[in-house]
Design a protein around this ligand. Structure first.
Ligand SMILES: [Zn+2]
Length: 203
């Protein structure tokens, strides 16, 4: 598994390209903006984008979804709770494309030899998910290095976010944490030093 981080857009969203190096199939997580930059990377490395996986529906995570899906034919996955049809709010602009699929807690998406497990982690948004693949967790705006996502936007819920953090931190073993913004971390580090994780663990 090869993970490439591409920082996109004004809010510097982390878009991740996760590749099965054997088949060169890949998934793109949260293409928030700059579709050309992402497509260039795919082309230069001869990758076949099989899926666009979204951690949530906020505009800064979905801005390049349509362009990417159109260019590559990849299937788009989103939780129904964050779809524009459900939320009807400017923060959630994405209507799932026709060949898209809603996914939810417990679902799996297979890309080449990679298996992504969907963990429902609402709170930052109602349809927020964390994606687990091997020893990597893509936490979107639920868990950041030393911090967590805001809950003051429409659909946000602090109690729910804390429950989601508790669930993530309760996963067995250690993981690399790839958040939706800012630097990567490890789950062990966040369990120890992240105030919100500690708060969540004790709640
Ligand atoms: Zn967000």
């Amino acid at each position: 598994m090869l993970i490439k981080t591409i920082s996109v857009g004004q809010l510097e969203t982390n878009c991740y390209v996760v590749t099965d190096e054997t088949s060169l199939d890949c998934a793109v997580i949260d293409p928030g903006d700059e579709s050309n930059t992402i497509l260039d990377y795919l082309e230069q490395n001869r990758l076949r984008c099989r899926a666009v996986l979204l951690t949530h529906g906020h505009f800064d995570h979905v801005g390049a979804v349509e362009a990417l899906a159109e260019e590559t034919g990849a299937r788009v996955y989103l939780n129904r709770e964050d779809d524009a049809e459900t939320r009807r709010d400017l923060h959630f602009p994405l209507h799932l494309p026709e060949n898209g699929e809603y996914y939810a807690d417990g679902d799996r998406v297979e890309i080449g030899s990679l298996r992504f497990e969907v963990i429902g982690t609402p709170g930052h948004t109602p349809g927020g998910v964390t994606l687990r693949c091997q020893d990597a967790l893509f936490t979107g705006d639920t868990l950041f290095r030393g911090s967590c996502g805001r809950t003051d936007l429409p659909g946000g819920d602090t109690e729910e976010l804390l429950r989601s953090l508790k669930r993530i931190c309760s996963l067995e073993g250690d993981f690399e944490v790839y958040p939706g913004h800012m630097d990567c971390s490890t789950l062990a580090r966040e369990r120890l030093f992240n105030y919100y994780c500690r708060l969540a663990a004790n709640s």
